[in-house]
Structure formats: C-alpha cells, structure tokens
Design a protein around this ligand. Structure first.
Ligand code: NAP
Length: 287
C-alpha cells in the first residue's frame, strides 16, 4: 500500500523551503502524496512546488505566510481547510542564543511560540481529524541534544525538551487510533543557514567526517524508513552511529543527575560551536 493510502492524500510540510523541510516535500511527493508547503519565501516555495509536480505528477499548494504573525496559524488553517491532511511535518523553528537576562522578552516569547505553541496548535488542528479517520502521521523536527541543559540557550532547550515530551505523550494517546507520531532527532544539517552560522567551516568538515552532520536528503530518507517501521524516536545516522549514541548519552546523563550532568553538556557544546551565531552569550558573559 502507498503512503497516500496509508496516511491520506495530502502532506502538509511546515517550513518547506530549505533543507529537511524541502526534502520532506520532495520525498513525500515522490511517494505519490500531494504536498501543501508553508514558508515565508513565496518564490522559493513556488519553485520547489513546481519541480515536485513536474517530477511526480502530484498536486502541490504553496502557502506563503509568516507563522509568527498573529493571524499566521489561522490563515494556514483556512488555506488547508479543503484538504485531507494525512501527513504533518513540523520543521520550522526559531533559535536565538544569548544570556537569559540580556535577551529581549520578545525573542523569548517568539521562541516559545514558534517551537512549542505552534507545533501543539498544528497537532490540534490536523491531529483530531486524523484520529477520526483512523489514519495519519505527525512528525516534528528536534535535535539529538534536546535534553541537555545549555548555558545561553535556556529558552530554546526548554522548548525542544518540551516538544520531545509532547511527541512522546501524543504517541501514547494516538497509537490506538492508528495515527503515527514521531520525534526526529538530528545534529548538524548540512546547508542549513543556522548550522553554518554556529560552526566555522573547518570544524564543520571535522563534524561531517565524524558523522555528526548529515545531508538533508539522507536525513529524510532514513526518517521515513524508521517511521514506516513504527518508531517513535527517529534518529537518522551515518555508519558511525554518532547521533544515536549522542541521544542515548544525553538521555543517560539525566539519569545520573548532579552538577556534572548539568554542566558537562553545556561546556562541551560551547567548545563545539565556534561560529559567530553561537557566541552571543559567551561574549556577554565576559563583559
Ligand atoms: N540546523 C541544524 O543544524 C539543526 C540541528 C538540530 C536540529 N535542527 C532542527 O531541524 C529543523 C530545521 O532546522 P533549520 O535550521 O533548517 O530551520 P530554519 O532554517 O530556521 O527553517 C526551516 C524552514 O522553516 C521556514 N520558516 C522559518 N521561520 C518561519 C516563519 N516565521 N514562518 C514560516 N516559515 C518559517 C523556513 O523558510 P522561510 O525562511 O522561507 O520562511 C524554512 O523553510 C528545526 O526544527 C531545528 O530545530 C536543526
């Protein structure tokens, strides 16, 4: 049976113009699903959508909007009201780094809204109908280190840890209804602007060699395969298994507890991330 038969005729990819989101749109299109695609950049959305329709003969719909705008989610709901969404991908997120007290309340609330409130709202809007139809899939993008406390990253880490628990809890509720829920945990996404901003090119090459960063096409191929096997925590990986072990190790550190388990991940990540996009908090600390 095709994905379209298993989950429904339409996939909705939220954050579909770049890397993992774009690949979800392309690969679900290749599996025969029609694809509705959301992001702010209309031209880029239209370009990817027309390539998908041409390559796979499926329908596409582009919805250019800013999810952070007050009416963004209502507009998205209106724009998809006539579609049977059987596969929801939540990829868009917002990441700001900085000392908690020096970060604006606006930035903090924006991250909470984008990384937690938005996915919960989308699961509410599209999950309920999936449960009624007794078929569907919801996948949400996350990071391998979502349970690591990180200095200068308190709000972001809080939202991602919460998102993982949200997915796990929803999985428990939805499994009896034949609706698959999964949390996808990745480390570096090659080609992602936010990844490039946090890590300098030399270190990115090393990370790639170690298998801790991946090409978005491979990430999505593996995530879809793991989802088909019924997994809840999806961890795309290379032959080095770095991502799987990083995730297991960070979960394990929580069990040990104590100051070391709280301070070690933060020290490691601040050494690891040497790009300007990850340095804001450290500069502020030195003042
Ligand atoms: N980057 C990494 O290395 C990395 C590592 C671990 C986990 N992850 C996770 O992987 C996912 C993707 O990360 P990413 O760095 O590729 O994300 P990103 O560059 O911030 O955005 C991904 C997509 O979301 C769209 N988007 C962003 N803000 C939006 C808004 N306000 N309204 C509508 N669309 C919006 C972007 O398109 P437009 O700009 O056209 O709107 C793009 O298509 C995230 O959930 C992240 O937590 C990433």
């Amino acid at each position: 049976m095709s994905d379209r038969d298993l989950q429904g005729p339409w996939a909705l990819v939220v954050g579909a113009t770049t890397t993992v989101g774009e690949q979800f749109a392309r690969q679900l299109g290749a599996k025969g699903m029609n694809v509705a695609m959301v992001a702010r950049r209309k031209e880029r959305l239209d370009q990817v959508a027309s390539e998908i329709s041409e390559a796979h003969g499926v329908e596409t719909r582009t919805i250019a909007l800013d999810l952070m705008e007050e009416t963004g989610l209502d507009r998205l709901q209106d724009a998809t009201a006539d579609l049977e969404i059987g596969f929801l991908v939540v990829n868009a997120n917002l990441h700001r780094v900085g000392h908690f007290d020096l970060m604006s309340l606006e930035d903090k609330r924006a991250m909470a809204q984008m990384n937690f409130e938005m996915p919960v709202t989308l699961a509410h809007v599209y999950g309920g109908p999936m449960v009624e139809r007794r078929r569907g899939a919801i996948v949400m993008l996350n990071e391998v280190n979502c349970f690591s406390p990180l200095e200068f990253d308190a709000v972001f880490q809080g939202t991602k840890a919460g998102l993982r628990l949200f997915c796990e809890s929803l999985w428990l509720e939805y499994r009896a209804s034949n609706v698959r829920v999964a949390s996808i945990h990745v480390s570096g996404i090659e080609g992602s602007e936010s990844y490039d901003a946090k890590i300098t090119p030399g270190r990115r090459r090393l990370i790639k060699l170690l298998g801790a960063s991946m090409d978005p096409a491979a990430i999505v191929e593996q995530a879809l395969r793991q989802l088909e096997r019924g997994k809840l925590i999806l961890v795309p990986d290379t032959w080095m298994f770095v991502n799987i072990y990083a995730l297991k190790f960070s979960d394990f550190l929580r069990l040990i507890g104590g100051r070391l388990s709280i301070m070690a991940p933060s020290a490691f990540f601040h050494w690891f991330m040497d790009g300007e996009g990850a340095r804001a908090g450290q500069k502020e600390r030195k003042r």
